[in-house]
Design a protein around this ligand. Structure first.
Ligand code: C6P
Length: 420
């Protein structure tokens, strides 16, 4: 497209989100739950899927279903083209240098485990250190704990303050020449905090550490540019950004991936196999053993293209407005305490109600058609920081409106009347 064409397209793109139109594109949102129109506020757990993603999956299974990289027949060629085409689109979405840096995985959890096993076991030795933050999801704690135990290395934790903000000076102090790896969550799923990952990466690089960003909660809300962040690895899940479950990506810098040993052995990841010796395929296939989630990858591309078309800037601005409105309205309810009051937050509202258990709140809201999540959100150390067993959490997506917030607040007020 020439420059004038690009400008015209940009000017045609709406600057605000037409929430009603967007919502009409998500079939799951059209239903009633317990006789009430569904208000879905559990997007941190997983997002609903637009028609275009569902139709992409359907079309693939109706017409193109075949294994990839294996057949010479028409269907296999079509499936391979779509599967590899999706990798190209994901590369562009993340602004990675090359498709070789885009490894398909089952999601964020597997992506982080891949780094822990493949990079970690080779590079983290006895006495070395792995640094993470206090607000990590279990997926970005347990793999490092397992690695450190195996290697005889030490797991260090950078603390946060009572707003749920990382204490950057403490983080910097914990970086030493022994720090081999730093794991950091971009957006906390339990608090909504947006971490200053670019700055954290720069600090980690200053001591020669390799960085792993858990982007699970970021990709649906913040435009990601892995080259600008300069992260070494970035992990993400398709299902948190309107795509199918069971598929995700590990982005890794090519020079690091080249040196890493495969994580799993099997089909597709090999170049040559004999009983005496096996040699491995080139990137990215070296890390993709077995028949992959082909439909998932194609559906993931379709979801990213949907998001890209709406524009992440427009989505972020809309969601920021919804979060601000929800924050202001919830604070008017007596006994509410917001857990996670960082200056920089997105899409997540975690709270407690004095005198009520979070799971009772969730149950009562469910009977009013409002879906939220309750519990520790797979971030037990965050709960330990606040000395809580769990919280109730409303998490917003691009299809949520202020009207949804009004229904949620009315339901919460009802819960309060019943429980307190
Ligand atoms: N958080 C939530 O309700 P997977 O399961 O691999 O797609 O994503 C794991 C994961 C990793 N990091 C963060 C920050 C996450 O939020 C999640 C998933 C869900 O908050 C399920 S526990």
């Amino acid at each position: 497209m020439n420059q004038i064409g690009a400008l015209k397209t940009a000017s045609l793109r709406p600057q605000t989100l037409d929430v009603e139109r967007v919502r009409s594109e998500f079939p799951a949102l059209q239903q009633k739950v317990h006789g009430k129109p569904l208000v879905y506020l559990d997007n941190g757990a997983t997002t609903q899927k637009p028609n275009v993603v569902i139709e992409t999956l359907e079309r693939y299974y109706y017409l193109d279903n075949a294994n990839v990289h294996r057949g010479v027949h028409e269907l296999s060629e079509r499936a391979t083209e779509a599967y590899e085409g999706a990798r190209k689109s994901i590369r562009a979405f993340l602004n990675a240098n090359s498709e070789k840096e885009i490894i398909y995985t089952s999601g964020t959890t597997e992506s982080i485990n891949l780094v822990a096993y493949s990079y970690g076991i080779e590079n983290v030795k006895a006495g070395d250190e792995v640094l993470i933050t206090e607000m990590e999801h279990h997926s970005n704690i347990v793999p490092w704990q397992m690695l450190c135990e195996r290697a005889g290395a030490n797991l260090k934790v950078a603390p946060m303050n009572d707003k749920g903000e990382l204490i950057l000076e403490e983080y910097e102090k914990l970086l030493t020449p022994r720090t081999k790896l730093v794991g950091m969550v971009h957006v906390s799923n339990a608090l909504g905090t947006i971490n200053p990952v670019k700055q954290m990466i720069k600090m980690a690089h200053a001591v020669g550490a390799v960085t792993v960003v858990d982007g699970a909660q970021a990709v649906a809300h913040i435009a990601i540019d892995v080259r600008d962040l300069d992260c070494d690895f970035f992990a993400m899940s398709s299902h948190k950004v309107y795509g199918p479950t069971g598929i995700g990506v590990l982005y890794g810098k090519q020079h690091l991936l080249e040196k890493m040993a495969p994580f799993q052995g099997g089909g597709d990841m090999i170049e040559y196999v004999s009983f005496a010796k096996t040699t491995f395929n080139q990137l990215p296939y070296k890390f993709e053993a077995g028949t992959p989630h082909i439909a998932g990858a194609i559906g993931f591309e379709s979801a990213l293209s949907y998001v890209k078309q709406l524009g992440l800037g427009v989505i972020s601005a809309h969601e920021r407005g919804v979060l601000q409105y929800a924050t202001q309205r919830i604070l008017a309810i007596p006994g509410i305490r917001i857990i996670g009051t960082a200056k920089l937050k997105c899409s997540i509202l975690s709270f407690t109600l004095e005198g009520a258990h979070p799971s009772d709140i969730g149950t009562i809201l469910n009977y009013q058609g409002v879906a939220i999540r309750t519990g520790h959100h797979c971030a037990m150390p965050v709960m330990q920081h606040f000395n809580l067993p769990g919280t109730a959490r409303a998490s917003f997506g691009l299809y949520n409106s202020r009207g949804d917030v009004d229904v949620f607040i009315a339901a919460l007020e009802k819960a309060r009347q019943m429980l307190v």
